[in-house]
Design a protein around this ligand. Sequence first.
Ligand code: LLP
Length: 402
Amino acid sequence: MEAVPVDRMAEKVSTPFYCYSAAAIRGRIGLCQSAFEAIGATIHYAVKANSNLAVLGLMAEAGLGADIVSEGELVRALQAGIEPRTIIFSGVGKRRAELLAALDAGIFQFNLESLPELEQLADLCRTRGCTANVSIRVNPEVDAATHRHITTGVKGSKFGIPIEQMASALNLIAASDGLQLHGLAVHIGSQIVEPEPYRRACRRLRRWVFDMRAQGHAINHLDLGGGFGIDYGDGRCLDYRAVAAVMEQELGDLAVQIAVEPGRSLVAEAGLLVSEVVYRKEVEPVPFLILDAGMNDLLRPALYQATHQLVTLKEPDGVPEICHVVGPVCESSDTFLRQVSLPQIAAGERVALLHAGAYGAVMASGYNSRDIIPEVMVSGDHYTLVRRAVSYRDLMAYELPE
Ligand code: LLP
């Protein structure tokens, strides 16, 4: 990883652990900025993808804004040095205290996802005598054809305000003293590998902008969300420039400020999950490699049948074999790879699961009373432990036996 041998880190940090390359993250940020800043769009990193303060520090250093979904993410973003005036607050269940914390911080925009949430924020602004910039997150009813667990913009989804309720939302905003209408927001899903769903979403937004302006509403901001897919090994991914071109073609003449909220595409490829083979279990017809990393560390394969490719840390030798790669957790779904062809790997050898920088560490749990594993950031020829392990003992210390 950059100039640091992963094996050398593994000797010090002990497996399993997550490891990120600062240069790789900076490289992705650069690509994202050159594509979107060229069309005048602002970039708000979706903190949920990887909220480690060191990762957020890289976003702050590059001047990116943030897309947050909780008070915890707000506090992390602020602590990392992200400017409050670049923060967008998304999410369907923002509690009153969370809205208040974001109001106090002076964030850029609240994306409203329901009429009751809108009323809650209007009430808070009234009692505090302050104002808030709001965009209506609309459900655009665009099917982005991704995994059903991560598609968000289809009819009947819990996200966004249904189109039928948009007029009520606009009236409520117009009638409130505290809410300033910015514009509209959509997020059509995640790991989208073609620009076409974005084109469909842009066309809907375009129509709504005309309709709303005709009714006298000032629409100056459009937030297109995130969702830009990366190549997990099948060669399919989305080029930032392709999406930016679609946005420019479909919305360029509307005189609106465009915002995007990429998460995965900025960090996924920069991360490894480093693990050791605990046992080889010879079972006919397919042997198992049992890792010391499990579904509690990297949930994506179990939850979405996602594939994370595996590489060995030493030079492969011998003929490849077909095997299953599993974790130690007591669930059949704790399987990383099924029937995969790999070089012969013995117990005690180290391996790395690729593309683990997004939705990896952030989705970890202590299931089976396992540790929450540490995270390491590599930069050039040095590395830093950027989160120590949260051990089962640490977690036990919070319990209150009678
Ligand atoms: N904006 C909003 C409102 C979102 O809900 C999300 C992701 C993003 C931006 C960032 O999307 P990205 O660029 O990362 O695709 N845990 C799943 C992904 C869940 C995505 C949730 N929302 C996974 O591991 O695939």
